[in-house]
Design a protein around this ligand. Structure first.
Ligand SMILES: Cc1cc2nc3c(=O)[nH]c(=O)nc-3n(C[C@H](O)[C@H](O)[C@H](O)COP(=O)(O)OP(=O)(O)OC[C@H]3O[C@@H](n4cnc5c(N)ncnc54)[C@H](O)[C@@H]3O)c2cc1C
Length: 424
């Protein structure tokens, strides 16, 4: 079956994935003369940096996702289809999707990255990832359920429900651990007066010898200090070897009894079947040239987390898998497509590092800008402003801001709701 989209005299650019990279590319292509088709398995764009606040009942899912059809209401020659792309057939200039096949003149793979369980099927079955809004909402349900379940158990038996282990101390792991620690202190004891919260444990397990391994050492030291102040048990240079849903075995032979292992330990590119196998690099990233063109292809490009630009001496292992890298690649590629139509030269991609940051709790954050690093209250304000600025939609910005203000003063958002589909 073929996906029906009216033929046009304009060349067709098909973009797979409306994340940070794909969305930027699609909106900037409004200035070109192409027919643009965006395909995504969801009908909304997701703001991943705030998933952890959904998982910890700080924000509603709807305040950090935004429907594609609304974003593109006014863009001419734009089409959206909600579908999962199953494979690419480069020799036919065609993709196969869950709703049919579609031809393209140019194809852009912007499928981002998924969870990496490093081949451990047992961990994959039992651990809880947080790579989509669905997974974040599921995590919110499960975290809250653990407290409800713990009420039906006593003593040591109860402890496994009150022990929360997070694998991976990158920004996601650190932010989750810090927020859970604040909930333990300020929110949960009021909801569950029958539970002794001295028994609730939050552990953060990290393979490297410091937290926030991709940031500077000073930021790692500060973040570790903050986490320890909040009572998080941080284990560095430690790996999770196995998890059966009740027991974690660490590589130092220690065993932790827990019903909740949150997986923030690794990602891998969403490589698509049919792309030349030789282009698959470490972490399932697609090898692209300095113009983001997939090696060994003529009209297929890849941007964002799934792409690894080969040949940039400053980034021999590819650019960091961050929103800014995806956004900048999307922008550059859009300019290049417009340049092609004007008979102008294409520009190589070069990454501008705008900095990185992580928050550990209220008034606690670390920020690294190209010319300055700082931490504490001011860093926390900067973190909030940068994130507010990046959320799509005035209404969403306003809702998130109001939630943060309300939460800051009352410690009491009423989002601790367990909402599930009936058949789950
Ligand atoms: C929890 C979390 C927190 C993060 N925090 C930060 C942060 O604070 N700062 C930062 O800079 N970065 C952060 N990141 C990383 C950042 O989100 C990514 O670098 C960025 O999203 C990459 O953009 P992208 O366009 O490559 O992919 P994505 O934004 O992941 O988008 C990929 C899109 O492709 C779609 N898709 C995938 N496969 C298919 C398919 N087969 N068919 C159809 N559609 C498909 C998906 O539905 C999705 O919409 C975080 C990531 C996570 C998971």
């Amino acid at each position: 079956m073929e996906i029906h989209i009216a033929k046009s005299s304009n060349e067709r650019i098909v973009i797979i994935g409306g994340g940070f990279g794909g969305l930027q590319l699609a909106t900037k292509l409004a200035k070109g003369n192409y027919q643009v088709v965006l395909i995504d398995k969801n009908n909304f764009h997701q703001f991943q940096p705030l998933f952890y606040q959904v998982a910890t009942s700080g924000l509603e899912p709807s305040s950090i996702i935004f429907p594609y059809r609304k974003i593109f209401q006014k863009q001419a020659r734009f089409h959206f289809r909600m579908a999962e792309v199953e494979m690419v057939i480069p020799e036919k200039n065609e993709i196969k999707t869950s709703i049919g096949s579609l031809s393209y003149d140019y194809l852009i793979v912007a499928t981002g990255a998924g969870n990496n369980f490093f081949g451990n099927a047992e961990i994959e079955t039992h651990a809880l990832p947080m790579k989509s809004i669905n997974e974040s909402l599921r995590l919110r349900n499960i975290i809250l359920e653990r407290f409800e379940e713990s009420l039906s158990h006593e003593n040591e038996d109860r402890d496994q429900f009150l022990t929360f282990v997070i694998a991976g101390a990158g920004p996601t792991g650190v932010e989750l651990a810090g927020t859970l620690a604040e909930m333990k202190r300020f929110v949960l004891p009021k909801d569950y007066p029958e539970l002794n919260f001295d028994r609730m444990k939050i552990m953060l397990i990290e393979g490297a010898d410091r937290v926030l391994n991709a940031m500077k050492t000073d930021s790692s030291i500060k973040a570790l200090q903050y986490l320890q102040q909040l009572g998080v048990d941080v284990r560095l240079s430690t790996l999770v070897n196995s998890y059966d849903g009740s027991k974690i075995e660490l590589n130092n032979n220690q065993v932790i009894a827990t019903k909740t292992l949150i997986w923030a330990a690794g990602i891998q590119g969403n490589f698509l079947k049919g792309l030349p196998n030789e282009t698959k690099l470490r972490g399932n990233r697609i090898a692209v040239d300095r113009y983001n063109k997939v090696q060994r292809t003529e009209n297929i490009y890849a941007i964002g987390d799934v792409a690894s630009v080969v040949g940039d001496e400053l980034y021999p292992n590819g650019h960091p898998q961050l929103a800014q890298a995806a956004i900048q690649q999307g922008k550059n590629l859009a300019k290049n497509f417009i340049a092609i139509q004007k008979g102008k030269e294409m520009r190589q991609f070069s990454y501008k590092n705008l900095g990185s940051m992580a928050t550990i709790g209220r008034n606690k954050a670390v920020v690294e800008l190209p010319n300055r690093n700082f931490s504490g209250f001011f860093a926390w304000i900067v973190w909030m402003l940068v994130h507010l600025r990046s959320i799509l939609g005035i209404k969403n910005k306003w809702i998130v801001f109001m939630n943060w203000v309300w939460n800051y003063f009352t410690y009491n958002l009423s989002l601790r709701l367990i909402i599930k589909r009936k058949d789950v």
